[in-house]
Design a protein around this ligand. Structure first.
Ligand code: NDP
Ligand code: 8X3
Length: 251
């Protein structure tokens, strides 16, 4: 029997590449996101082993209705990939837009919680299952303008550790995957459609691709059930830590 992975945010970037990778490997994929046209296109490309669900993870009712509509063939869920997420803005906290902060909190934190809370009980009951959260290096490494985005990913990192405590002894696994710079629609979303600004992020660099992350996620899901990778950080080779910065006195 094919295994089943549910991927939130499968309409673009990491989620889409991972959906296609798991389909190629013979898994069944539940692909979710808000843009139903993109989900339909993915389902056409992926074939009968892909079940699309249009849902906004910020809306608990939409999440509940989405999971309630799952056909038997796509149950039980072996892996939940909590990937849907976004950054909005790169300005300092003192100038930030509260609506942007709220959207990041609602998506990256609350959306992840809604999906996890629905899927986890069945995994614990079964004594098997895997929650893979997509955190970020931004959850550990502060940078200017990272403010609430980084804080949401710090939440994801700590929640992943705490989930492991709660499911201790149940056989359920939890991993926090922390990517660094990766070219997807991420920066276009962060800069609200400004393609020039988004492109500058990746200029003259050998950034990660969504397919690189799909490889990592498939490798994690392929490990024996006795193995739990608690967290894994992946940067492109061209990226490393900058270290603390100092504001110098002006003479
Ligand atoms: P993309 O913008 O390419 O993809 C983001 C996905 O999230 C889309 O499928 C989008 O679908 C979905 N999404 C956003 N908001 C919602 C919502 N409210 N409800 C449902 N789905 C939603 O970015 P990435 O693939 O790069 O991002 C995926 C994850 O990786 C995010 O959690 C991001 O924070 C994280 N990450 C990205 C890095 C990068 O440099 N790119 C590095 C580190 C972490 P739709 O709009 O159709 O709803
Ligand atoms: C995305 C990576 O460094 O732009 O999470 O925040 S970063």
């Amino acid at each position: 029997m094919s295994k089943v992975i549910c991927i939130t945010g499968a309409t673009a970037g990491i989620g889409r590449a991972t959906a296609l990778r798991f389909i190629r490997e013979g898994w069944k994929v539940i692909a979710t996101g808000r843009r139903s046209d993109r989900l339909d296109e993915l389902a056409r490309e992926a074939g009968a082993n892909c079940f699309p669900i249009t849902m906004d993870v910020r809306d608990e009712n939409s999440v509940k209705a989405g999971f309630a509509a799952l056909p038997e063939a796509f149950k039980p869920i072996d892996v939940l990939l909590n990937n849907a997420g976004l950054a909005l803005g790169l300005g300092p906290s003192q100038e930030a837009d509260m609506a942007d902060w709220e959207q990041m909190i609602d998506t990256n934190i609350k959306g992840l919680l809604y999906c996890t809370r629905i899927v986890l009980p069945e995994m614990v009951k079964r004594g098997s299952g895997y929650i893979i959260n997509i955190g970020s290096i931004a959850g550990n490494h502060p940078y200017k303008g990272g403010n609430v985005y980084g804080a949401t990913k710090a939440f994801v990192a700590q929640l992943s550790k705490n989930l492991r405590c709660d499911v201790h002894g149940s056989g359920v696994r939890v991993t926090n995957v922390e990517p660094g710079m990766l070219k997807s629609e991420f920066s276009l979303v962060r800069f609200k459609g400004d393609a020039d600004k988004a492109d500058q992020v990746y200029e003259q660099s050998d950034y990660l691709t969504p397919e690189d992350l799909a490889d990592v996620i498939f490798s994690l899901a392929s490990l024996p059930e006795r193995v739990n990778v608690n967290h894994i950080q992946i940067m492109p080779t061209c990226q490393s830590d900058g270290g603390p910065i100092v504001a110098r006195k002006k003479n």
